[in-house]
Design a protein around this ligand. Structure first.
Ligand code: CP
Ligand code: NVA
Length: 301
């Protein structure tokens, strides 16, 4: 069963195949209205469940549009409205959904929820973000980097800020796509120990970014973080804001990415987000193309 749970758990040649397929599918649609079905309609007759236990704009819309472009049908489900939110186990939910749909995408809190869904589902399961990982985002980011600046292999990627779920998937990608990843952020928000060996740390952001091909950041307070931690996190992370002074340390043709949603002028200034290095809108668009390739890989179509 081809579940897409984690970049580190997915074969690196399969990951490369998905990026290349995404790029081809994107090119084949160039200039066409968004609602135009793909010529081959590989998901015709397929039903896809999109489950959200947390808010979403990009993941929700890009998966829904992607399935429809490929000729399939979707149902978007809120965890709170399902029996899942009223005590039915993930295992039982997985068994039942597998009788109705061909593919399940879930955005949830604990990674274990995703793993349980995959264990008990008899159809492929895709990770649409957990507290620990966000692999679909990083597939889109790799596609975006390579569209602008060529192969990511051997390049220097610097993450400035919180060592969170999106960072974790970048760390997995550093191993699988063979690029150098540097974390710059406070010791208190260091990535989880399971990622040790996949990246290096440089506490000084100005030093860390020197010679970077790509600078990435994310919100200082994630959906799973308690709101009570907001002020403390802001105080700890203020020195890691991505601004023009920081970007000036990177290579002249470096790119800036943010998975969005952003808190403008906190983790990144508007000048950077809207500036010449920023590829954030391409990054958001590429969620669509990358996930279409992920879904095809899952279904083998
Ligand atoms: N980047 C991302 O996953 O955005 P959403 O939370 O809007 O889905
Ligand atoms: N780190 C963020 C990513 C949102 C797409 C969060 O988990 O809230």
């Amino acid at each position: 069963m081809n579940h897409f749970l984690d970049i580190l758990k997915t074969d690196s040649s399969d990951l490369r195949g998905m990026i290349d397929a995404a790029s081809k599918m994107k090119q084949a649609r160039a200039g066409k209205p968004k609602g135009t079905p793909d010529t081959d309609r590989p998901l015709a007759g397929h039903m896809v469940a999109l489950i959200f236990e947390k808010p979403s704009t990009r993941t929700r819309v890009s998966f829904d549009v992607g399935v429809r472009q490929m000729g399939g049908e979707t149902m978007v489900l809120s965890g709170a409205d399902m029996q899942l939110g009223h005590g039915e186990t993930i295992a039982d939910t997985a068994r039942v959904l597998s009788r109705y749909v061909d593919l399940i995408m879930i955005r949830t809190f604990e990674e274990q929820t995703l793993l349980d869904m995959a264990e008990y589902a008899t159809v492929p399961v895709i990770n649409g973000l957990t507290d620990r990982t966000h692999p679909c985002q990083i597939m889109a980011d790799i596609l975006t980097f390579e569209e602008h600046n060529g192969p990511i292999k051997g390049k220097k990627v610097v993450w400035s800020g919180d060592g969170n779920n999106v960072f974790a998937s970048f760390a997995h990608a550093a191993r699988q796509f063979d690029f150098d990843l540097v974390f710059t952020g406070p010791e208190t928000l260091q990535p989880e120990a399971a990622l040790d060996g996949l990246y290096t740390t440089e506490r000084d952001p100005m030093k860390a970014v020197q010679g970077a091909d790509l600078v990435v950041t994310d919100t200082w307070v994630s959906m799973h973080d308690p709101q009570s931690a907001r002020e403390r996190r802001h105080n700890q992370l203020r020195g890691y804001q991505v601004n023009d002074a920081l970007m000036a340390q990177a290579k002249p043709d470096s790119l800036f990415m943010h998975c969005l949603p952003a808190h403008r002028d906190d983790e990144a200034t508007s000048a950077v987000m809207d500036g010449p290095h920023s590829v954030i809108w391409d990054e958001a668009e590429n969620r669509l193309h990358a996930q279409k390739a992920v879904m095809r890989w899952c279904l083998g179509v």
